[in-house]
Design a binder for this molecule. Structure first.
Ligand SMILES: Cc1cc2nc3c(=O)[nH]c(=O)nc-3n(C[C@H](O)[C@H](O)[C@H](O)COP(=O)(O)O)c2cc1C
Length: 487
């Protein structure tokens, strides 16, 4: 199941009863949010992707909640269930990576090699549907049905983009999903947070005195490419390699018409332009995925130089706010796919869960195969050292048998197994840009909790109690007569 573009994905959702078209007139100011919020919080088959076809003041349909359930997120990435992705990537890594302790040190680099070696590098084509219409001089952002999401938002925000830039020194491409606030018909504010790839390009540009950073804001494309912009891959790995692997064929690129960049040929709309690394203006407030408004802060300005688009473009967007919403499922895909990558560096890890209520960075539940005293603490520190997991505020480590995907079991073990005076690591470190609880911006307290069974060498001398489990013979016997019990 490999989809060429957003239209094919929408056709697939429609044929499987997972898409609703709304023809009633609606406003892009708040009304689309209110409708989508109600739908995205449903946990049954009535949580559907939505296409708004009749928006006041715009001819362009708006697609939203495209990835807003486990099932749709799985289909978007070409599988029936997200667990298949984890298994596929684990098998690939097992096959290609050198084994043994020595290999572990180089695994970041090797992973890059693996992704490169699978022959799904982005490919260059001469033209593509995204350049069917090219507007340079008269290009205006007014032509897009950009939403105002929440009542106190500082303006309209593009929320589901692939923002493409290249490292000003190395030329390596980054794609990130960073919201953009509309300033006027030719300028946007680029909300790349300080820990992200785009922000690093901005810092490098200042260091090497580059006056501008060419940038492209891509809307739509095949669903794997759309999602890949949100994947926290290491900076030296092009996220479109991952999209190619997920699709089973390379993402095709065309050259931009006004910037020295390439963009996916099958996208819906591309906004070409540049960012001035020395020009910052106030961005926000914005109703964010924490469930709170993020305050006004300076972010760089994106200047539009051209808009290219299909003849019949659909404008893809999302809303974030009080969880659960669509982004929870985008994060779930990351959690599943990145598990084999975490295991490359921390082989003791069995499973990881970032529950929706934890907004990704607030809570990480991890099960490990504990082998030695202090192992849970080693895992906690190891996770804090891995990519964006550095931002995790609370990590709880469980024994291997605990199902961290089951909130009831995690609460039971996470509370019962902890001596709060001894089993806790409290430290300070980087916190998420959006974290409002830390007393300083981006720097604050973090907690690691060891909820594993304690060993004598860890100072626990009472003998860890035995878990209650039924005798297997009795279980088998009751299984055999269960049907006769009338229960
Ligand atoms: C719907 C959605 C919106 C997001 N908005 C932002 C944003 O405005 N700024 C930001 O820095 N990260 C945002 N993120 C998270 C980044 O996309 C994510 O951290 C990604 O790894 C960034 O790419 P990079 O690692 O190449 O910088 C968003 C993620 C999602 C799913």
């Amino acid at each position: 199941m490999s989809m060429k573009d957003l239209h094919e994905y929408i056709d697939l959702l429609e044929s499987r009863g997972q898409l609703a078209r709304i023809t009633a007139p609606v406003s892009r100011d708040l009304e689309i949010t209110e409708i989508t919020d109600r739908i995205s919080k449903r946990a049954d088959g009535t949580n559907k992707a939505l296409i708004f076809e009749n928006i006041h003041g715009s001819d362009m349909p708006v697609a939203i909640n495209l990835f807003g359930s486990r099932q749709r997120m799985s289909w978007a990435l070409g599988v029936e269930d997200l667990e298949e992705l984890r298994d596929r990537l684990a098998a690939l890594l097992d096959l290609r990576l050198p084994q043994g302790l020595g290999g572990v040190l180089d695994r970041g680099q090797d992973l890059l090699g693996v992704l490169r070696s699978i022959g799904l590098r982005p490919a260059r084509v001469k033209n593509g549907p995204v350049q069917a219409v090219i507007v340079k001089e008269g290009a205006s952002l007014d032509s897009l049905p950009v939403l105002k999401c929440w009542p106190d938002d500082g303006g309209r925000f593009i929320t589901l983009p692939q923002v493409i830039t290249r490292d000003p020194e190395t030329g390596i491409r980054n794609v990130g999903m960073y919201r953009l606030q509309v300033l006027d018909d030719r300028r946007l504010l680029m909300h790349w947070q300080r820990h992200k790839g785009g922000a690093e390009h901005e810092r490098v540009a200042r260091e090497v005195s580059k006056a501008i950073i060419p940038a492209a804001v891509v809307l739509g494309g095949d669903p794997a490419s759309m999602w890949c912009a949100s994947a926290p891959l290491p900076p030296n790995i092009d996220e479109y390699l991952l999209a190619g692997w997920l699709r089973g064929r390379p993402v095709e690129f065309v050259e931009c018409v006004s910037q020295p960049l390439e963009v996916p040929a099958e996208a819906e709309i591309v906004l070409e332009g540049f960012v001035d690394p020395n020009e910052h203006l106030p961005e926000g407030p914005f109703g964010d995925h924490t469930g709170y408004y993020t305050p006004v802060e300076p972010f760089p300005v994106f200047h539009l130089t051209a808009i290219t688009r299909r003849t019949d473009p659909i404008y893809p967007t999302t809303i974030v706010g009080v969880p659960p919403m669509e982004d929870v499922w985008m994060g779930k895909a990351t959690e599943r796919l990145f598990l084999p990558l975490i295991r490359l560096f921390l082989p003791e890890v069995i499973d990881v869960c970032m529950p929706a209520e934890g907004i990704f960075h607030n809570l990480v539940l991890v099960s490990i195969r504990k082998r030695y005293p202090g192992h849970a603490r080693k895992a906690i520190h190891g996770l804090w050292g891995l990519g964006l997991l550095m931002l995790a505020k609370c990590i709880i480590v469980f024994d291997d048998w605990v199902d961290v995907q089951d909130p009831g079991q995690a609460a039971w073990q996470g509370l019962g197994n902890v001596d709060w005076a001894r089993d806790v690591v409290i430290t300070q470190g980087p916190t998420d840009h959006l974290d409002h609880a830390s007393y300083q911006h981006s720097f604050g307290g973090k907690i690691g909790i060891d909820a594993t069974a304690k060993l004598p060498e860890e100072g626990y001398s009472r003998g860890w109690p035995k878990r209650i489990e039924m005798d297997p013979e009795v279980k088998a016997k009751i299984d055999a007569i269960w049907g006769q019990l009338g229960l």
